[in-house]
Design a protein around this ligand. Sequence first.
Ligand SMILES: Cc1ncc(COP(=O)(O)O)c(C=O)c1O
Length: 404
Amino acid sequence: MNDMARLSERAGRIPGSPTQAVTTMVDRLRRSGVQVIDFGAGEPDFPTVAVAKAAAHQAIDADFTKYTPNSGTAELKRAICDRYRIDYGVEYGEPEVIVNAGGKQALYNAALALFGPGDEVITHAPCWPTIPEQIKLADATVVPVETPAVRGFAIRADAILERVTSHTRGIIVNSPCNPTGAVIAEPEFEAIAEVCGRQGIWLVVDLCYEKLIYDPVPHNLPGIIARKCRASGVICGSASKAYAMTGWRCGWTLGPEALIAASSAIQSHATSNVSSITQKAVVAALTGPPEPVRAMLDEYRLRRDRLHEWLTADPRLKCHKPGGAFYMFVDLREVLSETGLESSMAFAEALLADARVALTPGEGFGAPGFVRISYATSMEDLRDGSRAMLEFIRAKTSSAAAAR
Ligand SMILES: Cc1ncc(COP(=O)(O)O)c(C=O)c1O
């Protein structure tokens, strides 16, 4: 390749999504006729809620198929603001909300609008890999704060605030967290929000899994933002996981007018409005009955409990019951040392090759020695897949012991 045809320095800095790499591998195997149990999926296995599908059909039939305002229709913005007022008691108006193509774009636009060279942005690790990559895409520096497995990956305010310097421009919190399922305690979030409000640090909260919390724990993060740091608080949400709408691509941002205007300007040159049909569907999802969401949550809870029971039948597999989202984050370190597999990546590759079970190695989440198991899949697959995984571990342990 000559100099004229080189990729940008930025492109060289950003690896592809490791979670999508597993999906690609599983797809390839399935296309060649191999049956795989997939614990890699980061999306609900349920169909999209019925009211959303019906609204989309109607939108097409009514020819609601043209550009909409770049930042979203007034109807959807109103539905988002209403949802947050009903759920959290916070008041946001139309200039304080934008509709984005997924929570991913909401967070990306925010990163581009808020961060730049020389800025430090604190986030917790293990984390969803997109968060640090977006910070890097904004040319800012990631400051990861470890959330230890022994404390259930709880996000602690003191650990985060200890890392604040004069260069700190933002703090990003994801709760419930992908991949750990940890739900931040309100007092911890409040302590972070307090400092952000006082020091003018941006506090971005990724609430993509906000509807998937298993126990009735207090989690009014929007309310805390409104009270403590409204002028520097940013709420990113999504229809993807709550309403089983990952393919529709709809998320949103609530925040100060200047940020929303900047997010809109960025979006106007990148992708423009979210699909008009999707927007109609999401209005129906947000304003529709809560029962379908509750039914999915109940099923995830059942799966979580059974999966936890099945996996911990081998005491070397350490895992907490997640408080939210639909992932079990399993500590494999003891298994790795006994099987001779040198990393969770090597474990995942061997498990896929030998037992046809796909899961996501922790390296992608900044947590080597761990794996993420998604239970957004059927109970039968969870039972068969966890059984196959335990058998695989037993076989590997015996052959490693025999070789010693
Ligand atoms: C923690 C977290 N935030 C945000 C997203 C973005 O999802 P979407 O762009 O589909 O709304 C995801 C998707 O997996 C996620 O896991």
